[in-house]
Design a protein around this ligand. Sequence first.
Ligand SMILES: NC(=O)c1ccc[n+]([C@@H]2O[C@H](COP(=O)([O-])OP(=O)(O)OC[C@H]3O[C@@H](n4cnc5c(N)ncnc54)[C@H](OP(=O)(O)O)[C@@H]3O)[C@@H](O)[C@H]2O)c1
Length: 275
Amino acid sequence: MMDMPVVTSGDARIPAVGLGTWDLRRGTCVQMVEQALRLGYRHVDTAEMYGNEREVGEGLRASGISRDDVFVTTKVWPDNLAPADFARSTKESLARLRLSHVDLLMIHWPSPRIPLADTMGALCRMKQEGFTRHIGISNFTVPLIKAAVRLATEPLVTNQIEWHPYLDQWKVVGACRRHGLSVTAYSPIARGRAASDAQMRRIGANHGKTASQVCLRFLIQEGAIVIPRTSKPERLKENMTIFDFELDPAEIDQIRKFSHPDGRVVDWSGAPNWD
Ligand SMILES: NC(=O)c1ccc[n+]([C@@H]2O[C@H](COP(=O)([O-])OP(=O)(O)OC[C@H]3O[C@@H](n4cnc5c(N)ncnc54)[C@H](OP(=O)(O)O)[C@@H]3O)[C@@H](O)[C@H]2O)c1
C-alpha cells in the first residue's frame, strides 16, 4: 500500500489527503471512515457542528489502524469560542470521539462577538493541556490570520479554507505562506462541480485520470492539503490515487484561469464581515 505523502508545517506532519466527513451520517459515516483508513487514508476531518464525531471515532476503531497512525481533526463552533465554552466543547468532542486527544483542533469560523485574543488563548491552552497535538484556524481572512498569529503563543499549523479551481484564494494562501501556515483546502472538488467539468476531464484524459483526480492533484501541486468527502466507497480510492501522475505547467496554468473571486460553493451569506 502506498504511504500517504505529508505536508509539514512546523513540527506537524499532515497527511496530504484527508477524508472530509461533513454531512456523512450514522452507518455511512462509520463505514466511510473505516474503509478510507483501510485503503490508506491517514487523516480524517470532523467538527462538533457535523454531529458525527461518535461515528468518526467508531470508524477509526473499526478500521484496526493504530490510533497514533491517524491524523484526526475537529473544530470548535463559533457559539463556543469564549474560553470556558471552548474548553468544555473540546472535551465534549473528545468524549464523543472516545479519544484522549485530537491531532489538530481548529476554530471553525471566527466570531465577531468574542474577542479573538480570548479565543486564541483558549485554543493554545488546549494544546498546552494535551487535548490536541496541534492547533489551527479555519475560514480566517488575511487580517484575521495576521491577528491570530500575533496572539497565538503556540504555532498555528493550518488555515482550513474553501479552495478549488473555481475560487481565487491567492491572497489568503499568500498570507498563510508568509506566516508559515499550511493551507487545507475544503470543498476541494467544489462539492462535485469539478467532477463533471469538461475541461478538467480533457486534461485527465492526457493522464488516464478523472476530472476529480485532476482537480485534487492541482491543489496538491499548489501546495495544499485536500479533504474531499464522498459517501461512495468506490470513490475513496479514486480521490487518493493522485500521486502517480503530474500536471505539467501548461495544465496548471489552464486550471488557474478557471478561478474567480466570487467562485464560492459554500454559502458565506450568514457570515459577518470580519475585515
Ligand atoms: N471548515 C469549514 O468551514 C468547512 C466547510 C465545508 C467543508 N469542510 C470540510 O471539507 C470537506 C469536503 O468538502 P465538501 O464536503 O463541502 O465538498 P467536496 O469534498 O468538494 O465535494 C463533495 C461532493 O462531491 C462528490 N464527490 C466526491 N468524490 C467524487 C468523485 N470522485 N467523483 C464525483 N463526485 C465526487 C460527493 O458525492 P458522493 O458522496 O456521491 O460521492 C459530494 O457530493 C467536508 O466534508 C468537511 O470535512 C469544512
